[in-house]
Ligand binder design. Structure first.
Ligand code: FAD
Length: 419
């Protein structure tokens, strides 16, 4: 089977690696000069910054991505975060960092019991209420818990807990219980990308960089070929790693007019929204975080959390330095104001520390944090035969970031097998 893949982000590489290992003849086209999309390293003054991700894999080595990499023989060492997270809360004029269990035990007996009830509901997939915030507040009304829910959603999804549906929030918790907490790949995001490239090339697949796909030609409701540099290249199967919206924009020809489900698909696609965020990259001689997980900051104005990835892999910064990355969901429409508030947060969170802001990156529109907000995901199928969508615009319920992408790739491959 000849497969054409549009985009060499982690979604395109994963599906390309899976299908080439299964014996398909895979060609991947990437418009940029490098593969990896929003999941690869940018070297800057000896620091390994990134094109997007915070060098973390949400469910670590036991999650869908970790397992898929192992199955494919893609060699990446994923170090489990210990603890998964601590929570910085105010104490007098200063702060203290609590592990999650300590945070819950400080809620007292009754609220602690309500918390356990919520977890039980999540296990049973009972997600009632309009939003994740409502779902929590129904049982557990507590300002600290509400702030923690917002900073966790801001860190993982770039939205507030009020913007996540209750059923999506419950599915995410269920996945955390099922697969476990995060991990950091040694070498950062690029090590995952390089390992996948190796699998694809060893299995006879090809990745073409600097090759933009200009269109997908649809004939009789079937995706037939890719239009690249004035040439039409025919495939048995086309997979797009661009999300549904960008994929829809590439459809060419009259062959899609009147196909069943197209109108509904166009409406669903039009109602999707990307999520936006800001990442502040910090270099420091002194350690700002003393563990390998996330420092959640629910009491900050904008910053949702930070990680210090050099605690796992010191080679991500020059000798003697630490790389710390702060992430925040973008709340307002003025990126400069968001950045200003984020930098103020850092001064408040680390009042006596001497650190250097290396680079501030904003993510929105065509290069967002997530291509579609949680709960807006419509899966991997399109109304056109032989055209599928993978990547962070098509993860499926409860899928977080690259682990959600791996779940979507798994479902896509299953659907292809049934064709
Ligand atoms: P992309 O990486 O966007 O890949 C799509 C590719 O298609 C791109 O390379 C693009 O250049 C190419 N392309 C586009 N149009 C065309 C065309 N016409 N022809 C050919 N090629 C084309 N996830 C985690 O798991 N852990 C994290 O710590 C994490 N942190 C994040 C922090 C930030 C600030 C951001 C922005 C994201 C973060 N994420 C994280 C999310 C994660 O980075 C993305 O979900 C993931 O990288 C998306 O991969 P993708 O393959 O879906 O899309």
């Amino acid at each position: 089977m000849r497969v054409g893949v549009i985009g060499a982000g982690i979604g395109g590489l994963l599906v390309g690696a899976k299908l080439s290992r299964m014996g398909c003849d895979v060609e991947i086209y990437e418009r940029l000069p490098f593969a990896g999309g929003r999941f690869t390293n940018i070297e800057y003054r000896g620091y390994q910054l990134s094109t997007g991700a915070l060098h973390m894999i949400p469910h670590g080595e036991r999650g869908p991505l970790g397992r898929m990499l192992a199955e494919l023989g893609a060699r990446v060492e994923i170090v489990p975060s210990k603890p998964s997270a601590t929570i910085r809360i105010p104490r007098g004029n200063s702060f203290e960092d609590l592990e999650f269990s300590e945070f819950i035990s400080r809620l007292g007996f009754w609220k602690g019991l309500m918390y356990r009830l919520l977890i039980l509901e999540a296990c049973l997939s009972i997600g009632t209420g309009s939003s994740f915030r409502d779902w929590i507040a129904r049982r557990l009304s507590d300002e600290g818990v509400a702030k923690l829910a917002d900073s966790s959603c801001g860190w993982a999804l770039s939205v507030t807990s009020g913007e996540v549906s209750a059923s999506e929030g419950v599915s995410i918790i269920a996945n955390i219980l099922k697969y476990g907490g995060s991990g950091v790949p040694m070498g950062g995001c690029r090590s995952v990308v390089n390992a996948l490239i190796q699998v694809i090339e060893e299995s006879g697949g090809r990745i073409y960089t600097n090759k933009k796909v200009d269109g997908i030609l649809v004939e009789d409701c079937t995706a037939e070929s890719l239009c690249i540099g004035g040439e039409d290249i025919t495939y048995d199967l086309i997979i797009s790693d661009l999300g549904h919206r960008e994929t829809q924009r590439l459809i060419r020809g009259d062959g899609h007019i009147g196909c069943s489900g197209v109108k509904r698909y166009e409406e669903e696609v039009a109602s999707m929204h990307p999520t936006s965020g800001v990442k502040i990259n910090i270099g420091s001689s002194e350690s700002l975080i003393d563990h390998t997980g996330i420092l959640l900051t629910p009491y900050a104005e904008r910053v949702n959390g930070l990680n210090q990835v050099t605690n796992v892999d010191p080679s991500l910064a020059p000798p003697g330095k630490h790389l710390i990355m702060a992430h925040m969901a973008m709340r307002g429409n003025d990126p400069e104001e968001e950045v200003r508030l984020g930098l103020e947060d850092l001064e408040m969170l680390f009042p006596n520390a001497e650190y250097e802001v290396l680079m501030v990156q904003t993510y929105r529109d065509g290069w967002p944090v997530n291509r579609c907000a949680p709960g807006e995901d419509i899966g991997n199928r399109t109304p056109y035969d032989r055209l599928f969508v993978v990547g962070d615009g098509a993860k499926g319920r409860g899928g977080i970031e690259v682990d959600g992408i791996a779940l979507g790739v798994e479902k896509t491959v299953e659907a292809i097998m049934q064709m």
